[in-house]
Ligand binder design. Structure first.
Ligand SMILES: Cc1cc2nc3c(=O)[nH]c(=O)nc-3n(C[C@H](O)[C@H](O)[C@H](O)COP(=O)(O)OP(=O)(O)OC[C@H]3O[C@@H](n4cnc5c(N)ncnc54)[C@H](O)[C@@H]3O)c2cc1C
Length: 808
C-alpha cells in the first residue's frame, strides 16, 4: 500500500469508484481508493439498478443525462459489461395534476435536450402492456431510462480508474483522519497510514461516520428500501416474443411503485408512506453484505394498489424480497463538494440514485478538485446548501418526509411541514397572529403572505394561480400606494472588519468600493467570469463593512470568502445569522414612517438612495439602508434580535396614520419582477456571466484587479452567448414557475428562470435567458403547462423605469 497519495477516496461503492475514475480522467494519477470490505459492499451491491434522467432540478437532470451516456464509454475502456438494458421508461399519470406535472417535465426536457415524449395510454401500452388503462390519465416516455448490473458497473468504473493509474485497496478501513497544519491529511487505516493532500468522503452508508472523523455532522440518513422479484410473468414473456424487446420501465406515482423487467419476471419497488430509517444514530462498522428483514405489511397498501393497476402482478409469484438500506439527504439530492471550514475535505455522499447520478457526481467533484471549479451548476447538490440547523434529528424528520414523498407531486407553492418551525424570530407569533402564512427559508420561518381576517391562512397547492393571489395583490397595491412592512431576517448578513477588509472585498467583488456611509450592489465572479454571488455592501467605517446576500448561499459564500482570505491576515469575517434581524418598510409613505421614529434627518437630501447609517429608530439602535428590493422608496432596518419587537411595535404605531400593511415574500418577489430585478439562484447562477445576466453596470473593469476580471473583460468584448431578459407573458390562469422553455419561430431557444404575476402592473411576467442575437426580436412563446403563450421582451422596467421613485 502506498504511504503517500494526492487523493484518498474513502469508499468503494459506485460513487467512490466514479470519483476515482473521473480524477484519473481529469489528469490526477496519484489517487487511491480505500474500501473497508470489498467493492460494492455498502448499498451498491443490492440496488435495483434502475436509471433515469428526470430530476426536479434541471442541472441535476443534465448530470443524470451525462451519467447514463457514460456507460458505453466505461464498457469500452474497461472491457467490463455494465449489463445495460436501455428499455425506456414510462411515467404514468393518474390525475389531471400529475399529467400537468408530466407536461411541465416534458417541456423542461426540451431545453435540456433530453428525449421525452407525451403518449396516449394506447401508445404507452405498446411499450408495456401490463397496466390497466382505466386507472390512468396519460403517460410520458423517457427514452434514456433503463437498468443495469450494479456490480458490473461499479467494477467497470474501478477497472477504468486502474487503467488510468489509480490504486484500490480493499479490506482496508479508514479509522481516523488527522489534519496537519498545512491542510493535508494523515489517513489512518487498519492496514497502515497514507499521507494525502485531499480526502474524499464517499462513505455511503457510513458517510455520516466518516464526517464525524473530521468533526462534522452531515445531514445524511439511511432508509430501509424494499423491492420484490417475481417469478416468470406470462404477459412479459408473450410481449418479449411478439416485440423482440423488453417491456419498458414504469413509474406509477399513485401506487408509489417502480417496476421493470428482470429476466422473464419483474422487479417492483415501492416508496411507501410507512417508511423506516435505518441506524438513525450510528451505522455499525461490522455491517457487511447483509440484507434487512423484509416487512411486507409496510408496503401492503402500495402492493394492493399495484395489483389493481397491473393485473398481471396479482397473479405472479414472488421469488425474492430485498430489503436494503441506502442514504438520503433532507431534500433528496446528494452532498457534493468541499466542506466549508475543513480544508481539503471533500464529499460525494448522500447519493440516493447512484446509477443515475454517480457519473455526474464523479465528474463534477473531480473537476472541482482539479480546476477549483465543478464546471457545472451543481448548486442543487452542493454540500454547503444545508446550514447548522440541519441537525441529526432534523435530518431524520426531513428524510422520512422526502422518502415518503418521492413519488408525490411537488407544487410550486407547497411548503413541506416536517421539522418546522426550526428557526423563528421574536416576531413569529406576532406575525402569525396577523395572518402570516409562513415558508421555510434556509431553516428560518419567513412570512410568505398574509390572510386577512376571516380567510384561512393556508396555501391551496396548485400549478395555477391560487388562493393567495388576491391577498398578495392587495399587499402589493397597498405598499406601492402607501406603505408596507415585511420581515427580512432571513437575508444573509456578513460583517467584514480589519485593516485588510476593503482590499479583500475589492478583490472578490466586481464593483467599486463604497465611500463611508454609502452602499453598492455588486456581483461576485469566479475566475471564469461566472456569477457566484450578488450582494449589497455597506461601508460603515474605515475598516468595517456589512454585506447582505442570499440566505440559502451562506455557507457557499463563506467557503469562497475563507478560501480567498489573504495569507497576511488583516480581515475578520463574521456570519451574522440571527444576531442581526431586519424589517423593511417600502412605499411612498415609508419615509414619513421612518421620520416619525427618529430625530435624524431622513429627508431625501439628508439620507439619499443607497445611504447607510446607524441611527436610533423607535429608541433602538439600528443600521438603516436606504434601499428595498421592491424598487420603491424604502428602507431596510437591521437591529439586534432583542430589539426587533420594539422596532416592529414602533413601525406599526407610526405606520397606522398611513395605513401600513404587512406584506410577505411573495409580494416582494412580485414587485421585483416589475423592476426587472434578478434573484440569486434563479437568474444569477454560476452558469451565467455577469454581462449575460445584464449586471454589467455593477462590474467595474477599471478598478483594481478582481477575481474574474479578465474573463469579464472578454465577455464584455464578445457580449457572451446569452442574455437575461424580462418578458410580459399572455398567460391564462397559470404564470410561469421557472424552467419552462422559451420558443422562437417554432424552436426552443431559451428557458425561463423565474416569474409570476406582477400585481401592480397587472401583468404576468417572466425572466429567462435567450441567445443574445435574439434580444431585438419579439416573436417569443413560453410553454406553460403544455400551452404556448405569447411573450414579449420588456427592455426597461415597466414600473418606474428611470428609478425616480426609489431615488426621490
Ligand atoms: C434496495 C435498494 C434498491 C436500490 N435501487 C436503486 C436503483 O434502482 N437505482 C439507483 O440508482 N440506485 C438504487 N439504489 C441506491 C444505490 O444503491 C445508491 O445510490 C448507491 O449504492 C450509493 O453508492 P455509494 O457509493 O454512495 O455508497 P455505498 O454503496 O454505501 O458505498 C460506500 C462504501 O464505502 C465504504 N466505506 C465506508 N466507510 C469506510 C471507511 N471508513 N473506510 C473504508 N471504506 C469505507 C463501504 O464499505 C462501502 O463499500 C438502491 C438501493 C437499495 C438499498
Amino acid at each position: 500500500m502506498k504511504t503517500t497519495a494526492r487523493v484518498v477516496v474513502i469508499g468503494g461503492g459506485v460513487v467512490g469508484c466514479s470519483v476515482l475514475y473521473h480524477l484519473t480522467k481529469a489528469g490526477w494519477k496519484d489517487v487511491v481508493l480505500v474500501e473497508r470490505d470489498i467493492l460494492t459492499s455498502g448499498s451498491t451491491w443490492h440496488a435495483a439498478g434502475g436509471f433515469h434522467t428526470l430530476n426536479g432540478d434541471p442541472n441535476v437532470a443534465k448530470l443524470q443525462g451525462y451519467t447514463i451516456a457514460l456507460y458505453d464509454e466505461l464498457e469500452k475502456i474497461s472491457g467490463q459489461s455494465c449489463g445495460l438494458h436501455r428499455s425506456g421508461g414510462l411515467f404514468l399519470a393518474d390525475t389531471k395534476e400529475r399529467m400537468e406535472w408530466l407536461k411541465m417535465a416534458h417541456a423542461r426536457a426540451r431545453y435540456l435536450n433530453l428525449e421525452t415524449e407525451l403518449l396516449s395510454l394506447s401508445d404507452a401500452k405498446k411499450l408495456n402492456p401490463l397496466f390497466d388503462e382505466k386507472q390512468f390519465y396519460g403517460a410520458m416516455l423517457d427514452a434514456a431510462d433503463g437498468n443495469l448490473d450494479p456490480e458490473g458497473t461499479t467494477h467497470a468504473y474501478a477497472k477504468s480508474a486502474r487503467i488510468g493509474g489509480a490504486e484500490i485497496y480493499q479490506g482496508t478501513r479508514v479509522q481516523e483522519l488527522n489534519h496537519r497544519a498545512d491542510g493535508s491529511w494523515d489517513v489512518i487505516t487498519d492496514k497502515g497510514n497514507i499521507h494525502a493532500e485531499h480526502v474524499v468522503n464517499c462513505g455511503g452508508l457510513w458517510a455520516r461516520e466518516v464526517g464525524r472523523m473530521v468533526g462534522i455532522e452531515l445531514p445524511v440518513l439511511a432508509m430501509e428500501h424494499m423491492y420484490l422479484v417475481t417469478d416468470e410473468v406470462p404477459e412479459v414473456v408473450a410481449y418479449n416474443k411478439e416485440h423482440g424487446k423488453e417491456v419498458s420501465h414504469i413509474i406509477d406515482f399513485k401506487s408509489e411503485i417502480y417496476m421493470r423487467q428482470e429476466r422473464t419476471g419483474l422487479v417492483l419497488g415501492t416508496y411507501e408512506q410507512d417508511c423506516r430509517p435505518w441506524q438513525p444514530k450510528q451505522t455499525p462498522w461490522e455491517f457487511g453484505r447483509e440484507l434487512l428483514q423484509p416487512d411486507l405489511d409496510r408496503i401492503a397498501p402500495n402492493l394492493e394498489l399495484g395489483y389493481k393497476h397491473f393485473p398481471a402482478l396479482a397473479k405472479a409469484g414472488i421469488k425474492r424480497v430485498i430489503n436494503g438500506p441506502f442514504t438520503f439527504t433532507p431534500d433528496g439530492n446528494p452532498l457534493v463538494g468541499p466542506v466549508q471550514g475543513v480544508k481539503n475535505f471533500w464529499c460525494a455522499c448522500g447519493v440516493m440514485a447512484g446509477f443515475s447520478q454517480g457519473g455526474g457526481v464523479g465528474l463534477a467533484l473531480s473537476q472541482w478538485m482539479v480546476n477549483n471549479d465543478p464546471g457545472f451548476d451543481v448548486w442543487a447538490m452542493d454540500v454547503s446548501r444545508f446550514g447548522e440547523w440541519a441537525t441529526r434529528s432534523y435530518t431524520n424528520e426531513k428524510v422520512r418526509e422526502n422518502y415518503s414523498k418521492r413519488f408525490s407531486i411537488r407544487f410550486p407553492n407547497e411548503e413541506l411541514p416536517a421539522a418546522r418551525p426550526q428557526q423563528t424570530t421574536a416576531l413569529y407569533d406576532v406575525l402569525i397572529a396577523q395572518g402570516a402564512v409562513m415558508g421555510d427559508s434556509w431553516g428560518m420561518e419567513t412570512p410568505l403572505w398574509y390572510a386577512p381576517k376571516g380567510v384561512e391562512p393556508k396555501d391551496v397547492v396548485s400549478f395555477h394561480r391560487s388562493n393567495d393571489f388576491a391577498h398578495v395583490k392587495a399587499e402589493v397595491l397597498r405598499t406601492r400606494n402607501g406603505v408596507g412592512v415585511t420581515e427580512i431576517a432571513n437575508f444573509a448578513k456578513y460583517k467584514f472588519s480589519g485593516v485588510g477588509a476593503e482590499a479583500f472585498l475589492s478583490h472578490i467583488l466586481t464593483n467599486k468600493m463604497p465611500k463611508t456611509g454609502r452602499m453598492i450592489l455588486s456581483p461576485m465572479l469566479n475566475p471564469a467570469g461566472k456569477l457566484i454571488g450578488d450582494f449589497t455592501l455597506a461601508k460603515a467605517a474605515d475598516d468595517l463593512f456589512y454585506m447582505w446576500g442570499s440566505s440559502q448561499a451562506q455557507k457557499y459564500h463563506m467557503r469562497w470568502f475563507e478560501q480567498h482570505l489573504p495569507a497576511e491576515g488583516g480581515v475578520v469575517i463574521e456570519r451574522m445569522d440571527m444576531n442581526l434581524v431586519g424589517l423593511s418598510i417600502a412605499g411612498p409613505k415609508s419615509r414619513d414612517v421612518l421620520q416619525a421614529l427618529t430625530d435624524e434627518d431622513v429627508s431625501n437630501a439628508g439620507f439619499k438612495f443607497m445611504d447607510h447609517r446607524r441611527m436610533d429608530i423607535a429608541n433602538v439602535s439600528g443600521l438603516v439602508n436606504r434601499v428595498t428590493y421592491s424598487g420603491d422608496l424604502g428602507y431596510e432596518i437591521w437591529v439586534r434580535p432583542e430589539y426587533q419587537r420594539k422596532l416592529y411595535d414602533g413601525i406599526m404605531k407610526a405606520g397606522q396614520a398611513h395605513g401600513i400593511v404587512h406584506f410577505g415574500m411573495r409580494a416582494l418577489l412580485s414587485m421585483r419582477l416589475e423592476k426587472n430585478f434578478p434573484t440569486w439562484y434563479r437568474e444569477l447562477r454560476p452558469i451565467y456571466g455577469g454581462f449575460e445576466a445584464d449586471m454589467g453596470r455593477f462590474i467595474d473593469l477599471t478598478k483594481n484587479d478582481f477575481i474574474g476580471r479578465e474573463a469579464a473583460a472578454e465577455e464584455k468584448k464578445t457580449g457572451g452567448k446569452l442574455r437575461r431578459v424580462s418578458m410580459v407573458v399572455e398567460a391564462g390562469d397559470a404564470d410561469v414557475l421557472g424552467d419552462e422553455p422559451i420558443w422562437h419561430k417554432g424552436k426552443v431557444v431559451g428557458w425561463v428562470t423565474s416569474g409570476g404575476f406582477a400585481h401592480y402592473l397587472n401583468k404576468s411576467m417572466a425572466q429567462g435567458y435567450i441567445p443574445k442575437e435574439l434580444v431585438g426580436d419579439d416573436e417569443f412563446e413560453i410553454e406553460i403547462i403544455g400551452e404556448m403563450r405569447k411573450a414579449s421582451i420588456v427592455h426597461e422596467p415597466l414600473f418606474d423605469p428611470k428609478g425616480e421613485k426609489m431615488r426621490s
